[in-house]
Write a protein that binds this ligand. Structure first.
Ligand SMILES: [Zn+2]
Length: 244
């Protein structure tokens, strides 16, 4: 039987896409919505945001390294307050680009005030960060109580311990394994993979941030949500006890 590569359904992000089509069985990066061209992990992340924060349009959202489509585009156009950041170490931190589309922020050392955001979104960012301990701690610092970091990361190691592929020592990249790169919309060189993550990322995030971490896996082809490594992590900042 030929592999099925086209599915009917309704895209949770754009609502207009009624068909999901892939070129191969590698759905993760290729099962595209006919409407917004989103891919499964973007639809999974958006579905989780809608499930946990159905009022997201009223919230203040920081997204690091957004995609130019899909969930990022909906957050950008419809959230009450949305700031997108990219990191260029040659530019001053905290400054916007000329088009005011991106604020320059190093996820590991952010210039945002504490408790600035209801939601922080990262989509396939944490496998490229050299100091994920600092990045998750900074995300926790900038979240408001009751807010959450919602993210996708390819958890390729599954039950095996996460392992480091590359680290940065005195501004020099040290490779512990063969270098691997993922596509990067703002760099033709792609992004170096620094960590192969497994499910122990939940414990790692909790340890370095104090956030309450959990993982959601949706498999629902009618919303085009089906792929390998399609888990969504949700890391919540507790409300003060008096408000519970
Ligand atoms: Zn769509």
């Amino acid at each position: 039987m030929a592999d099925q590569l086209v599915f009917e359904g309704i895209c949770p992000i754009c609502g207009a896409g009624r068909r999901f089509e892939a070129r191969s069985r590698d759905f993760r990066n290729h099962l595209k919505c006919s409407g917004c061209r989103s891919i499964p992990r973007e639809r999974a992340l958006f579905a989780v945001v809608e499930m946990y924060y159905p009022d997201w349009q009223t919230l203040t959202i920081h997204e690091s390294s957004p995609a130019m489509r899909g969930a990022s585009e909906r957050f950008r156009s419809q959230a009450a307050n949305y700031v997108a950041t990219q990191y260029d170490p040659t530019l001053a931190p905290g400054v916007f680009d000329k088009a005011r589309e991106f604020r320059n922020e190093n996820l590991e050392h952010q210039t945002f005030q504490p408790e600035s955001f209801d939601l922080v979104i990262t989509q396939d960012v944490f496998e490229h960060v050299f100091r994920p301990d600092l990045a998750i701690a900074e995300i926790a610092r900038t979240l408001r109580p009751g807010g959450a970091h919602i993210c996708t990361v390819p958890l390729t190691r599954r039950d095996e311990p996460s392992r480091r592929r590359a680290s940065l020592v005195d501004d020099e990249v040290i490779h512990h394994l063969d270098p691997q790169y993922h596509g990067n919309p703002i760099s033709k060189d792609g992004s170096l993979v620094t960590v192969d993550w497994g499910f122990d990322i939940l414990e790692y995030f909790a340890r370095h941030s104090g956030l309450a971490t959990s993982m959601v896996l949706i498999d629902d082809i009618e919303r085009g949500i089906r792929a390998r490594y399609n888990e969504v992590l949700i890391c919540r900042k507790s409300l003060p006890a008096a408000l519970l």
